[in-house]
Write a protein that binds this ligand. Structure first.
Ligand SMILES: Cc1ncc(COP(=O)(O)O)c(C=O)c1O
Length: 320
């Protein structure tokens, strides 16, 4: 558990990330970004004149050896990254959880290189197959990680209440920076409402209900994909969070598939939106399952399968 002086209340993760970028970067700084990643975090980072550089990925998360080499090559060019943005637990969009080895290696590297890891932990509370792995903040020495948490996924996005857990110096700077000093903090009414809800003991049972419902929806979607999609696709069973990341059969483009799928009555976010370099990711798409009933998810899988078959037959017709 963090101490009170290691935590600051924010208006959600989006606000916290913007705040960290304000306080911890200079124009022109290099920021390392896990890839693929939460596309709207990239929007927040792109509001500043920063150089975003994608971290090379491996099967258990970023590849620590490739990351180390990337940092070394940046240093040879006179660049020192100031931040590393990541979603290591139930990633948006992939659902991936970094392995324990990767967590420890990335933390050790960041500590050695004095890079602040921004750990976006939006989905930690929504784990479906046992406990979520320990956060990077939990395993790192003080000052290496700023962990961003939120009630958006575990309670209600409209509350706009979240928090940062970080080293005491950084938390003191966040609490006393101009925008917090001027307003006395983010939205006090919303924060006190969430605090009263938690003190009443209502939060834990609500999260347990979400977990149960979302686990059933995840399972329904995965079974429906297995039953209906044409051969050649791949997806990992996400152990938590909101999303299934589907790798399409060879040669299929998610951008080309989208209008066909929407005409059939379902939608998804094409993979390219989650990469800093939009030349990547066209072979994948993100499905969100938490808002829909198992029956709706089955219908969506049937429609996606129809759209995929249509794309294949259109391509065959074009090639004669
Ligand atoms: C990884 C991730 N971070 C942050 C957010 C937004 O969080 P908040 O509503 O707390 O700003 C989302 C919402 O989709 C998300 O997926």
């Amino acid at each position: 558990m963090p101490d009170a002086d290691e935590t600051a209340i924010t208006s959600g993760i989006s606000h916290a990330l913007d705040q960290l970028v304000t306080l911890c970067t200079q124009p022109g700084d290099v920021v390392l970004v896990e890839s693929p990643t939460y596309h709207l975090a990239v929007r927040i980072l792109r509001d500043r004149p920063l150089k975003l550089i994608a971290i090379p990925g491996g099967p258990g998360g970023p590849d620590p050896a490739a990351l180390s080499e990337l940092i070394a090559s940046l240093k040879r060019q006179g660049e020192r990254p100031s931040l590393l943005y990541s979603v290591p637990t139930f990633n948006n969009p992939t659902g991936l959880c970094w392995s324990d080895d990767v967590r420890r290696a990335v933390v050790a590297l960041a500590e050695h290189e004095r890079i602040l890891i921004v750990e976006d932990d939006a989905y930690r509370e929504l784990s479906y197959d046992g406990e979520a792995p320990p956060s990077l903040w939990h395993i790192a020495p003080s000052g290496v990680v700023a962990r961003l948490g939120s009630f958006s996924k575990s309670l209600a996005p409209g509350m706009r209440v979240g928090w940062i857990t970080a080293g005491r110096d950084l938390i003191a700077r966040i609490r006393t920076c101009g925008v917090m000093d001027s307003g006395g903090g983010p939205n006090q009414l919303a924060a006190m409402t969430v605090a009263a809800y938690c003190e009443d003991g209502a939060f834990e049972p609500q999260v347990a209900r979400f977990r149960e419902a979302y686990r059933a929806r995840r399972d329904a979607l995965m079974s429906a994909l297995a039953a209906h999609l044409p051969a050649g696709w791949q997806a990992r069973m996400p152990a938590g969070g909101f999303f299934v990341w589907v790798r399409l059969p060879a040669g299929m483009s998610s951008e080309a598939l989208l209008p066909v799928a929407e005409a059939a009555g379902m939608s998804f976010v094409p993979g390219r939106r989650f990469f800093c370099d939009s030349r990547n990711g066209d072979d994948a798409l993100r499905l969100a399952f938490t808002l829909y009933s198992p029956a709706q998810l089955e219908t969506a899988a049937v429609r996606l399968a129809q759209a995929m078959r249509r794309c294949v037959s259109d391509a065959e017709e074009r090639s004669g």
